[in-house]
Design a protein around this ligand. Structure first.
Ligand code: NI
Length: 175
């Protein structure tokens, strides 16, 4: 088990961000507590989404809030994306890659299905920013980061920042 209080957002190139996460099978109080803690960390960092591997938990769950309004907090367990429509390019950041924002091409509309914290099926038609967040967070559950989806211009522009993050991570790992 993990200590919820000690959970924090891990940064690139932490190898946990590269894992394929496992489906959630236990819909218990522990899962609900994890989701609440993730929402808290997401809001503290002023993010619009946070996936479990970003706090070092390799399970298929993410939280999101694309408006910032408390009633738009949402937890999605075992998400699946269906019926992508359209394509749009927009700038994305990631709480696990501070200082990096890159253009990413995503579907404009997509249907999100999955489960809620009690294991009940949920179905959310999404568009624009919410669709983008769902795709970004689902990528996280498959070990995919925005740096994998950026174009050649951003690849050059972000090289230094990524190297600094890599050196910082190595320095921490050595201690
Ligand atoms: Ni991210």
């Amino acid at each position: 088990m993990y200590d919820l209080e000690r959970l924090h957002i891990v940064h690139y190139p932490d190898p946990r961000l590269r894992e394929q996460c496992k489906p959630v099978t236990q819909f218990d109080d522990g899962l609900a507590a994890l989701a609440m803690r993730m929402l808290q960390l997401m809001h503290e960092a002023r993010g619009v989404g946070l996936a479990a591997p970003q706090v070092g938990i390799l399970q298929r769950i993410f939280v999101m809030n694309h408006t910032g309004e408390p009633e738009d907090d949402r937890v999605v367990v075992n998400p699946v994306l269906h019926n992508p429509h359209g394509a749009a390019e927009s700038t994305e950041g990631c709480l696990s890659i501070p200082g990096v924002s890159v253009k990413v091409r995503r579907a404009e509309r997509i249907l999100l299905t999955g489960q809620d914290l009690r294991g009940q099926p949920v179905e959310v038609p999404t568009e624009d920013l919410q669709a983008r967040v769902c795709q970004h967070e689902t990528d996280h559950l498959n070990g995919i980061l925005i740096v994998d989806r950026m174009g050649p211009t951003d690849r050059i522009a972000t090289r230094k920042t990524l190297r600094v993050l890599e050196n910082t991570y190595r320095g921490k790992a050595r201690r």
